[in-house]
Design a protein around this ligand. Structure first.
Ligand code: BEZ
Length: 211
């Protein structure tokens, strides 16, 4: 079954480097990022996992739990973490799921046979406190992900979950936002006390409401 935006993230139990988890319990009413990498002891994945480890304070600040996954075994994860810590000057403190039987990878459609026939691609799922999937990304093995972009998207997701705004292209925290088309001008005046500029009737710009 394909997982789509807005679906409840499929629940599963799994072994991780920090002990067994039940995924919905792990989410625990907060935000979560579930991301897969193709294989342990590979170069691009090593840099990615190190980057996520070094960004953990940024995920923590946003109340986001991070959890990695590949089809490797726990002992491989544990051995590789030592290499990641050494080579990326990191301290991996988030759990990594061992999925050698591909149970979770299959549930989340992380194996794309025309790309890598029995390894996971670089998938990212951002899951909200309601356990629904808010964002999905898929990258090929050859291209490491930009985790600053992931934080930027999380900022947008958390903002737009709280206010009737959307964020424009390349938006960053603190920049102007777009008022959702569903909000009338009269309601916009009440909802956005900082005011707004109607560049076109469908393109109304307002300062970020929560800064
Ligand atoms: C890598 O992380 O470098 C990688 C992993 C699987 C296939 C190709 C590259």
């Amino acid at each position: 079954m394909t997982v789509r935006l807005g679906d409840i993230a499929p629940d599963f139990s799994a072994d991780t480097t920090q002990g067994p988890i039940q995924f919905h319990k792990f989410i625990d009413g907060g935000w979560a990022v579930l991301f897969s990498h193709p294989k342990d002891y590979t170069p691009v994945c090593t840099t990615e996992l190190g980057r996520v480890a070094n960004l953990k304070p940024e995920f923590d600040k946003r109340g986001v739990k991070v959890i990695g996954l590949s089809v490797d075994k726990i002992d491989d994860h544990k051995g590789w973490i030592k290499d990641i810590n050494e080579t990326q000057r990191a301290d991996v403190q988030f759990p990594m799921i061992a999925d050698p039987d591909k149970k979770v990878a299959t549930l989340y459609d992380m194996i794309h046979p025309n790309a890598l026939d029995n390894l996971t691609v670089r998938s990212v799922f951002v899951i909200g406190p309601d356990k629904k999937i808010k964002l999905m990304l898929t990258y090929p093995a050859s291209t490491g992900r930009n985790f600053d972009e992931l934080l930027r998207v999380i900022d947008s997701l958390q903002l737009t979950a709280q206010y009737s705004v959307a964020t424009p292209a390349d938006w960053k925290q603190g920049q102007d936002c777009i008022i959702s088309p569903a909000v009338s001008d009269d309601d916009a005046k009440k909802k956005f006390p900082k005011g707004f500029k109607a560049v076109k009737p469908y393109l109304r710009i307002t300062p970020q409401p929560n800064v």
